[in-house]
Design a protein around this ligand. Structure first.
Ligand code: SPV
Ligand code: MG
Length: 290
């Protein structure tokens, strides 16, 4: 089974598919090791790893190359976050085949204007494109995919932009009509109420996708019980875990004036070498270094 089929079938069988954010191949490998169903190729995480805002500061090429590197080291599907598609429907039609060639299994495209601002920032610039324009972008993505199991996920930012549930439902139904395989509904409310109300009102046939960063009390069991959600994305927990761990270790080394104590608490160098798949290279050496 291909990675694309794995994702497509996971959605069809009605079980909740879990995707963990990654900003590099190492994080993606750790997510696979932990048992997540797939990887979220997060724009927020990649931007954070370059220490720049998640606002189309990085080029599409930088994101694309990271997606290629991630897909090459994991055997689970990669869902690539392509923001607004880096322009209009024409840009989308050129960009999507590149992500498919980089071995992503899905793209998520959002209905904001280019350049975007990140969704969860307080007072962010959240402007949406016209519904017809975004339908064209979704249709362009669907039209250029080569493998029909490669998924096009449409994301509406209507709730993020403060435009309310009626607008969010109207947009989501329009995007489904344009060919989207799933709808990502995003909210920055601190409780799940807004999203739960959307889900209740959702009459479309395609599954929904949630990113519960802002309302973390919603568990996978809660989401599964709702019945209409196919994917839960943990949007930024790799980079936040890394920031927390680095801050704490760096501070301890400064405080103690050395690494004697902290060393015992860290993963061994051997563990890192294993994550580099050193074993594979040893095999190549044994076979071909003459
Ligand atoms: C991302 O992880 O880049 C996302 C999710 O798009 S969010 O940052 O919550 O908008
Ligand atoms: Mg993003």
């Amino acid at each position: 089974m291909t990675k694309n089929q794995t994702l497509r079938r996971a959605l069809a069988d009605g079980k909740l598919f879990t995707a963990m954010a990654a900003h590099n191949p190492l994080a993606a490998k750790l997510a696979e090791e932990a048992g997540f169903g797939g990887i979220w190729g997060s724009g927020f995480e990649l931007s954070a790893s370059y220490a720049v805002p998640d606002a189309n500061i990085l080029s599409s090429g930088t994101h694309l190359e990271m997606m290629r590197a991630i897909a090459s080291v994991v055997s689970i599907p990669l869902i690539a976050d392509i923001d607004t598609g880096f322009g209009n429907a024409v840009n989308v039609s050129y960009v999507v085949p590149q992500y498919e060639a980089a071995e992503a299994s899905a793209i998520v495209i959002e209905d904001k204007t280019f350049p975007k601002d990140t969704s969860l920032r307080a007072d962010g610039r959240q402007e949406l494109v016209r519904i017809e324009e975004f339908q064209g972008k979704v249709a362009a993505a669907v039209d250029v995919r080569r493998d029909e199991d490669f998924m096009v996920i449409a994301r509406t930012e209507a709730l993020i932009a403060g435009q309310g549930q009626a607008e969010a439902i109207k947009r989501a139904l329009a995007y489904e009509e344009a060919g989207a395989d799933a709808i990502l509904i995003h909210s920055k409310q601190k409780t799940p109420d807004e999203v739960l109300s959307f889900i209740k009102a959702w009459t479309g046939a395609v599954p929904l996708v949630l990113v519960p960063t802002a309302y973390p009390e919603l568990t996978e069991a809660d989401i599964e019980a709702l019945g209409k959600v196919g994917i839960v994305i943990y949007g930024n927990h790799a980079v936040r875990a890394a920031v927390g761990a680095m801050r704490s270790v760096f501070a301890q080394i400064r405080k103690e004036g050395g690494i004697r104590e902290v060393d015992k608490t860290l993963p061994s160098v051997k563990e890192i070498i294993d994550l580099q798949d050193d074993e594979y290279m040893r095999g190549v050496e044994a076979k071909f270094l003459r």
